[in-house]
Design a binder for this molecule. Structure first.
Ligand SMILES: [Zn+2]
Length: 227
């Protein structure tokens, strides 16, 4: 109910501001398939990149339709970087995205529990692991791998989980190794999620869940989904 109510509010808000704004992201269907959820994110990012974002119309009033619960259509595992807010990049307002952010977009046990909760208890059909070019956490892992710096104990929990991705990128790619490390890190985190919890694995096997990786281009804001 709150889910659909939110969509209605968004439509009403956009029509009253139609002279200054473009098309709103379409309201999510009640129970989107993984493919539909992915299409919503791609359309939302397209709107952001093309300057047709609608988040200027998201207000506290939009919370009224969400008081009975939430039904976000996607989990975003993102970097804490201030330039990568998923709600803005995907042009999605209140109640639509369930977001876990930590520098380097890796997932620890508590992050995993949050993702499982969103999939199992809230019915999220899509998990997206989003890296970004120019990621400081990945650069820090590269610096350690290259022997340019010692591993800072205070940053160990951020850096160490990224190191395997950096090593793989160095082994498999000759060009753009910084971008390759970012891509590999996102891919690796997404791949690990498939097997990190039986309920996620089961949801994927049954076609109720898709787990994908993507990279946000720092300059353009475009989100590129990886194979
Ligand atoms: Zn980052």
């Amino acid at each position: 109910m709150g889910f659909l109510g939110f969509g209605g509010r968004r439509r009403a808000a956009s029509s009253s501001h139609s002279s200054t704004a473009g098309a709103a992201s379409p309201p999510p269907p009640r129970d989107p398939t993984p493919e539909e959820a992915l299409a919503l994110l791609k359309a939302g990012n397209e709107a952001f990149v093309n300057g047709r974002s609608q988040l200027g119309h998201v207000t506290a009033d939009d919370l009224a339709g969400l008081q009975d619960g939430q039904k976000p259509f996607a989990v975003i595992v993102g970097c804490a970087d201030s330039r990568t807010p998923p709600t803005i990049l995907f042009n999605q307002g209140l109640g639509r995205l369930f977001i876990v952010r930590v520098a380097g977009n890796t997932v620890d046990r508590r992050g995993l529990a949050s993702i499982v909760y969103a999939v199992r208890n809230l019915g999220c059909p899509l998990v997206v692991v989003m890296g970004h070019t120019g990621c400081g956490a990945v650069a820090a892992a590269e610096a350690v791998v290259d022997g340019k710096t010692e591993l800072d104990p205070s940053l160990e929990e951020m850096i160490v989980p990224i190191i395997p991705a950096v090593l793989t990128a160095r082994r498999t790619r000759r060009n753009d190794i910084a971008v390759a490390a970012v891509e590999e890190n996102a891919r690796r985190v997404a791949a690990k999620l498939h097997t990190s919890d039986t309920s996620l694995q089961q949801a994927v096997d049954e076609g109720r869940l898709m787990i994908v990786a993507c990279v946000k281009e720092l300059h353009s804001g475009r989100v590129r989904f990886l194979d």
